[in-house]
Design a protein around this ligand. Sequence first.
Ligand SMILES: Cc1cc2nc3c(=O)[nH]c(=O)nc-3n(C[C@H](O)[C@H](O)[C@H](O)COP(=O)(O)OP(=O)(O)OC[C@H]3O[C@@H](n4cnc5c(N)ncnc54)[C@H](O)[C@@H]3O)c2cc1C
Length: 394
Amino acid sequence: MTKKRAVVAGGGIGGLACGLALAQTGWEVEVLEQAPELAEVGAGLQISPNGMAVLDRLGVTPLIEGALFEPEAIELRMGRTGRQIFRLPMKGTAEARWGNRFIQIHRADLHSALAKALRAQPSARVRTNARITGYVRERGGASVYLDRGDRVFGDILVGADGVRSQIRQQMCGGDRARFTGNVAWRAVVPVAALGENAPPPIGVIWAGRKKHAVTTRIKGGSHVNFVGIVEQDSWTEEGWSIPGNVEEALADFGDWQPCLRSVLEASTGLFRWALYGRPPLAKWCDGPVTLLGDAAHPMLPSMAQGAVMALEDAVVLADALSQDGDKTSALQSYEATRKPRVTKVQARSVANSHMFHRHSTLSQVATYAPMAVASRLSPALIHRQQDWIYGYKT
Ligand SMILES: Cc1cc2nc3c(=O)[nH]c(=O)nc-3n(C[C@H](O)[C@H](O)[C@H](O)COP(=O)(O)OP(=O)(O)OC[C@H]3O[C@@H](n4cnc5c(N)ncnc54)[C@H](O)[C@@H]3O)c2cc1C
């Protein structure tokens, strides 16, 4: 019997995971990536237990074992004073409560593990230098057009082509991106370059007036990943790889904890870019065409769930297509399953961003004091608040 054929637009974490999930459930898959080679930017990711459950199911966890870092805890601290607001124990607790670990990893390590697993599938193929310019629905499926003139047909087409998705643009019309008034910084620095002044080997969200930062450990714990988000409207360029300079980063974070200053001073590659928000889409499907990952539900990074949601999407989509019934209904069912959850995560990401940036002392006390009390008196309460997100089973 001829295999059903899926075309996946985009070879990011979402596209690769989707290709893998489909290949493992009997599809012939072609992933089309515009870049000359499969690669990810130099930055970290936190993968919560719900994401690890997907990686387990896809057989990817053993491939990242040597590269991941499992933090003891996630903490919220004040950026300027270092004062701890709450601590969420993770090592051991995450597995016991949510069935899986909470880990931190370099994006490239996760991405290359997914690529390796995908390439090991006899029915999967990855084509690079393949920029999609549009699609057309046709009898039995859909075809994409590549900028070099080829046309590639699939019984289904999955648009996993990121925040500025071409497939979404065609399906839903113009990009409704709005500048959030926030600018992000990122840097990765070897711990060895920081001496005594390394951020603690856990995940820390450093909160403050009109800005926050996050420090994590990646590459097995040998490197610190820094992300800083600052309310600022003088910079509006969206993208991941726009170089920034240390003086400007220090103007934002130089008077915060010395360990943050030392990361910025030691950094040899600092990048900054503007954060855009996009409202939830009215639809993700157009007959045999659907969207996945950031293309379907771009979100602010303040919940560290964008890549994890893309992983969840991948297996939910493969499961929907494994049911009896026609593929168009399967894609509709995938959208119906995923939309409420990702819409909630999108909204919480916006809320978190405000929560980390309280503008006045009064609002800081009103927000953080109850959290500090709850964390000390009833840590289980803080864990319980994460159940819906970390305990999700696909
Ligand atoms: C600062 C920051 C920190 C974050 N931290 C976390 C975190 O800790 N945990 C977490 O889960 N998420 C995190 N995220 C979110 C996460 O990075 C994204 O949600 C995730 O990478 C989305 O993956 P994707 O595959 O959907 O899209 P992308 O990674 O954008 O991949 C899209 C791919 O499609 C390709 N492409 C685009 N257009 C075309 C085209 N026309 N033709 C062919 N190919 C095309 C691109 O080259 C790219 O390879 C963070 C985001 C930011 C900004």
